[in-house]
Ligand binder design. Structure first.
Ligand code: FES
Length: 89
């Protein structure tokens, strides 16, 4: 089964705003998704520097090609479960 790619921004702004908690997915992922995700730490995606107010606040996380703004551990896990469910339907 193809894994869900989770790109976590490791830039300073996102890190300070809580990305560090999301990185816990690497060590303590919920059991039901543990072997179905591929985690990638990425450099600043430059979304925090956007001056058009197109984006809300970080931390920013990409789950496959969907952007999560103001990401939390729970938001990311829920999105992963949603993506996995849609794959099975
Ligand atoms: S630090 Fe995450 S988008 Fe810039």
């Amino acid at each position: 089964m193809e894994k869900v790619t989770v790109k976590i921004c490791a830039g300073t702004s996102c890190f300070v705003m809580g990305a560090a908690q999301i990185q816990a997915l690497e060590f303590t992922p919920p059991e039901d998704i543990a072997d179905k995700i591929e985690l990638v730490e990425v450099r600043c995606m430059n979304l925090c520097k956007d001056t058009t107010a197109k984006y809300n606040r970080g931390p920013f996380v990409m789950v496959n090609d969907e952007l999560i703004e103001e990401a939390t551990f729970e938001k990311v896990v829920n999105k992963i479960r949603e993506v996995l469910k849609n794959k099975c339907d």
